[in-house]
Design a protein around this ligand. Structure first.
Ligand code: ADP
Ligand code: MG
Length: 700
């Protein structure tokens, strides 16, 4: 299977074959309908309802030819995963038969019961109505005999109950401000600026049979016990290593499924940790990239299952082993074909680029807390600020060339751009390589990488909607400030230079090109006054500060009520996740680890008795028994402590309740783990009930 060769032609035909794409629409829709729809998609104009009827009918015919019997509005509630409710295309007729039907109304609007989705107090459960609204900017697709229609999800009163609505609003907000700046620079062609994203997805793949023996993986997505294996990632032999045949076959099938859905899956490789991999698509419009990333996560899981494997998307499935993240590559593109973060050959005299760059830096510094919370979830607490990449402190890497230019600007004016030159390898048959103007920095949470920023804090299991909503909104804000000034300026170039200079002076503390993992950086960052927000619970407060509310309301992205609802939802989610982890840890402790350890201690005790009655003695066995019983005792006490912790902490404040779970329950769970992991190293592997880290990571 792994070596199956796909002919080029079939590759080209496969790609997007299950997408109701622009090409499909162009050939199937009447010209006028296509034009009207295209105007809505490209220029953001409201959709004419008569157009919807024709589109719906055409979509239905197309989907039925593929084998569809149902359609579903596909949406992204606050659970972070997608939701769907399937309806069949059938409609009864008066003579007891059916006709196959799909109306514009059904395409545009759906009414899933909203009461069982998290709303964070935006609605009571007795108010069940919720609406989904067709998002025509993300193409419909066919999968599993069903036509999927991407939609936004809101309450009866119009508040966003999902992650897509604010994302779309933030894209609109950024476009508006960016176009103002382009206009100020004399651009008359661009009418829209979209943000683009290429999310690199990290994940682990393990054997399903072993997975099924681990309640912690099944119920929480991560291992709650497991001592460090004799071999980890220290040999650095996994990164970019040869793909195992089984993994290669799985990856090929993932690619093929994704290609059919129009996902531009491009790069795949082994990551740093054993059993860890990465998939990166080619970038696209943020909204579509967000939908596609959901499809990527879903496809990884589904296809893994077919191969007797399990894909783990959790941020930290294995303690002491590299965790997973999502690298959110982000830029801004105008509809007249410019990447607004493309520095060009001589960035020092590229005023427009420098203005956009400066605005991003200002946004990242001023709203570091808004960005930080967009990457916060309980899983990511094990990465960010917990001895792993990247730290919880937000800083931006610019590299040598741009840092030099900004320094020149700060000291008067920029006269030159350092170039990378050529790299000669000293072998005449090897080509001279043009060198990038800047080396890379793998440790920065927010790195400029040539013509885009790479936001590396994003959680591997989370939707990328949130980080991009945050990024778009904070940049829309700083762009609006720049636009206000440029629009009033007599000499736009001089004003642009002044703006960039001011921003650099004020926000240069956010630039850090060094090693973000070094201890010294923590000290230096504190000196610079950069926030170091270590936990999800602490980060969440940023959602409801006056400053954040003002920001989101000004740009029409989220209202105060919507922000408060999100605040509640995330805190409640945090509490629930920790609670489930604690209950799972207790279950495994009491019903697996403790019985196995006691059984083994009993065996050792009878061995000792047997040896003694034979007139000998074994100090090794006695030492082992002593260590076993001591650890079992301590383990038992820690079980009680964790149980007791779960009984406490009730508070009328959801924030206090969450803090309690972080400080007390989580800590008790960590203490229990230490003894549990020690027992693993003491107990006979023939009676140990759980597959070990070595089994999970190396037996794929
Ligand atoms: P690396 O792992 O070296 O960072 P990859 O090739 O794995 O690089 O991923 C880079 C990602 O950045 C890809 O998804 C790519 O499509 C994306 N990207 C490139 N240019 C842009 C851009 N202008 N806007 C958004 N994403 C981009
Ligand atoms: Mg990367």
């Amino acid at each position: 299977m792994a070596s199956e060769i796909i002919p080029q032609e079939s590759l080209e035909n496969t790609f997007g074959s299950n997408v109701f794409s622009e090409a499909v629409m162009r050939t199937r829709l009447p010209k006028a309908t296509f034009k009207a729809l295209k105007k809505t998609i490209d220029e953001g104009l409201p959709l004419d309802p008569t157009v919807a009827d024709i589109v719906a009918n055409t979509m239905k015919d197309w989907a039925i030819e593929k084998g569809a019997t149902h359609f579903t509005h596909w949406f992204q509630p606050m659970t972070g995963i997608t939701a769907e409710k399937h309806d069949s295309f059938i409609s009864p007729t008066s003579d007891g038969k059916i006709i196959v039907e799909f109306s514009g109304k059904e395409l545009i609007k759906g009414e899933p019961d909203a009461s069982s989705f998290p709303s964070g107090g935006l609605r009571s459960t007795f108010e069940a109505r919720g609406y989904t609204a067709w998002d025509c900017t993300s193409p419909a697709f066919y999968k599993n005999n069903t036509l999927y229609i991407p939609t936004a999800f809101c309450s009866y009163t119009g508040e966003a109950l999902d992650k897509k609505t604010p994302l779309l609003r933030s894209m609109q907000a950024l476009s508006k401000q960016a176009v103002r700046i382009l206009r100020a620079f004399g651009n008359t062609t661009a009418t829209k600026v979209t943000t683009t994203v290429g999310p690199e997805q990290e994940y682990f793949v393990i054997d399903k049979k072993l997975y099924e023996k681990r309640k912690d993986l099944i119920l929480t997505g991560r291992t709650l016990f497991g001592s460090k294996p004799p071999k980890g990632q220290e040999l650095e032999d996994h990164y970019f290593g040869i793909l195992k045949e089984r993994i290669a076959a799985f990856m090929l099938e993932v690619d093929q499924e994704l290609w059919k859905l129009g996902v531009l899956s491009k790069t795949k490789h082994n990551e740093v940790a054993p059993a860890q991999h990465e998939l990166a698509p080619i970038f696209t419009t943020t909204n579509i990239a967000t939908d596609h990333n959901q499809l990527v996560m879903e496809t990884l899981k589904k296809v893994a299952n077919r191969h007797g494997l399990v894909a783990l998307l959790h941020e930290k499935p294995f303690a002491g082993v590299n965790g997973s993240g999502k690298h959110n590559n982000w830029s801004m593109a105008s509809n007249d074909g410019q990447n607004l973060l493309e520095p060009g050959k001589t960035p020092h005299d590229n005023e427009q680029f420098l203005v956009f760059l400066a605005a991003v830096l200002e946004a990242v510094d001023e709203y570091a807390d808004v960005l930080r919370v967009s990457a916060a979830n309980p899983g990511n607490d094990h990465r960010l600020g917990a001895n792993e990449a990247p730290p919880a402190i937000i800083s931006a890497f610019l590299g040598e060339q741009l840092t030099d230019i900004l320094e020149q600007i700060e000291n008067g004016g920029a006269k030159s751009s350092k170039s990378g030159g050529e790299l000669k390898l000293g072998v005449t048959t090897l080509p001279a390589l043009p060198k990038d103007a800047t080396d890379r920095n793998r440790t920065s949470p927010f790195a400029f990488t040539g013509n885009k920023f790479e936001f590396r804090m994003v959680a591997s299991s989370a939707s990328i909607a949130e980080p991009n909503t945050a990024l778009n909104t904070i940049v829309a804000e700083t762009l609006s400030r720049v636009a206000d000034r440029l629009e009033k300026a007599k000499d736009v170039d001089a004003e642009a230079q002044a703006i960039v200079k001011e921003i650099i002076k004020k926000h240069k503390r956010i630039i850090f090109n060094g090693n973000n993992y070094a201890e010294e950086w923590l000290v230096e960052a504190e000196k610079r006054g950069l926030p170091n927000i270590k936990s999800t619970v602490a980060a969440i407060s940023a959602l409801i500060t006056d400053k954040t509310v003002k920001l989101y309301e000004k740009h029409g992205v989220l209202t105060k009520e919507e922000l408060h609802s999100r605040y509640e939802i995330y805190l409640e989610n945090y509490i629930k996740v920790i609670n489930i982890e604690a209950l799972t840890a207790l279950d495994m402790s009491k019903r697996e680890i403790l019985p196995a350890s006691l059984e083994f201690a009993g065996t050792v005790a009878s061995e000792i008795a047997a040896i003694k009655s034979a007139g000998s003695k074994s100090s090794a066995a006695e030492k082992l028994l002593a260590e076993l019983t001591a650890t079992i005792d301590s383990f038992g006490k820690n079980i009680e402590a964790l149980e007791a912790s779960l009984a406490g902490g009730h508070s009328t404040s959801v924030f206090k309740h969450a803090e309690y779970h972080r400080d007390v329950v989580f800590t008790a769970m960590a203490a229990l783990r230490i003894d549990g992991d020690k027992l693993e190293t003491l107990v006979d592997e023939r009676v140990w009930p759980l597959p070990t880290y070595a089994d999970l990571l190396f037996r794929v």
